[in-house]
Design a protein around this ligand. Structure first.
Ligand SMILES: NC(=O)C1=CN([C@@H]2O[C@H](COP(=O)(O)OP(=O)(O)OC[C@H]3O[C@@H](n4cnc5c(N)ncnc54)[C@H](O)[C@@H]3O)[C@@H](O)[C@H]2O)C=CC1
Ligand SMILES: O=C(O)[C@@H]1CCC=N1
Length: 274
């Protein structure tokens, strides 16, 4: 039996997941999306997917329910859906940053199989990385079903402690933004060194792609790959010394710690709502 996957929230991440599922051969008739903004639903409707501005209509259809709204609206979205969810007992997959399993469970009336997933935007190009955590109610078949959905858009890894989802958020959930930030900085620096914008951008992006492909396929660490670029007394050494003098590694440590802490803060701010 093919299960129907319903999405509450049809924004960036839901679009990425739906795109991946369709590309993997999942049939449009087994998908359903709800969003409060009708404009978010048009493109899905045109592909033959069931859509509704009424979240309850999607809950009624879903064997697996993906929660893809912003953390700030999660409580108000879930509480009215509790009776329907209790009747239907779908597997719940929440992709929201910060919101704990215990809060989702409480808002939905308790005792449900809940998976927390932290994907990232490269899911849009099926190169995502997702960390997953399962509540004790999730059985091995449900675990597999949740994993299959996220596998449609890239790599999946399980963590066995819920607090580690904040660490996953710090590394890979928010991680694409750090790499884009480095790209922005390198393009800007290339332009300052006299390259035109188009050339600086093309060189930067191809270098990022090449470095990522090397790091993924190499049998040595990124640190060793870096050493192999860094000729003693050469040019790279000067750049790395400049990064070290600016305490770049410590800055990354601080940045990722702040990111993970924000996940905990969101849990405390939003997760306690009755
Ligand atoms: N954007 C990212 O890089 C990542 C986001 N996430 C998480 O994914 C979730 C969704 O994020 P995005 O897709 O980026 O946000 P988004 O803003 O693109 O999508 C959220 C959607 O929810 C809809 N919505 C708002 N109120 C609603 C309601 N009451 N009922 C139904 N739909 C409603 C909005 O109209 C919007 O289309 C968030 O909880 C975020 O923490 C997780 C990993 C990465
Ligand atoms: O910035 C955010 O809150 C979301 C979660 C991970 C990436 N974007």
């Amino acid at each position: 039996m093919t299960l129907t996957i319903g999405f509450i929230g049809a924004g960036n991440m839901a679009s990425a997941l739906v795109g991946g599922l369709l590309a993997r051969g999942h049939h449009a008739s087994q998908l359903a999306l709800a969003d409060s903004q009708i404009s978010q639903l048009h493109a899905f409707g045109e592909q033959g997917i069931f859509t509704s501005t009424d979240n309850a209509e999607v809950v009624k259809k879903a064997d697996i329910l993906v929660l893809a709204v912003k953390p700030q609206v999660m409580a108000e979205v879930l509480k009215p859906l509790a009776p329907l969810v209790q009747a239907k007992q779908p597997i719940i997959i929440s992709i929201a940053a910060g919101i704990p399993v215990a809060s989702i469970s409480r808002w939905l009336g308790g005792d449900l199989a809940i998976v927390r997933a932290m994907p990232n935007t490269p899911a849009l190009v099926q190169s995502g990385a997702t960390g997953l955590f399962a509540s004790p109610q999730v059985n091995s078949q449900q675990r597999q079903q949740a994993e299959t959905i996220l596998n449609a858009v890239g790599l999946t890894l399980w963590v066995e402690e819920e607090s580690l989802i904040d660490s996953v958020t710090a590394v890979s959930g928010s991680g694409p933004a750090y790499f884009f930030y480095v790209m922005e900085a390198m393009i800007h620096a290339g332009c300052q060194l006299g390259l035109d914008e188009k050339t600086a951008r093309a060189l930067t992006l191809q270098t990022a792609l090449g470095a990522a492909q090397m790091a993924i396929t190499a049998d040595v660490s990124p640190a060793e790959l870096r050493r192999r670029v860094t000729s003693p007394g050469g040019t790279t050494e000067r750049a790395i010394a400049t990064f070290d003098a600016a305490a770049m590694k410590e800055t990354f440590q601080h940045a990722l710690t702040a990111c993970a802490a924000r996940g905990q803060e969101l849990a405390e701010l939003l997760g306690k709502q009755e």
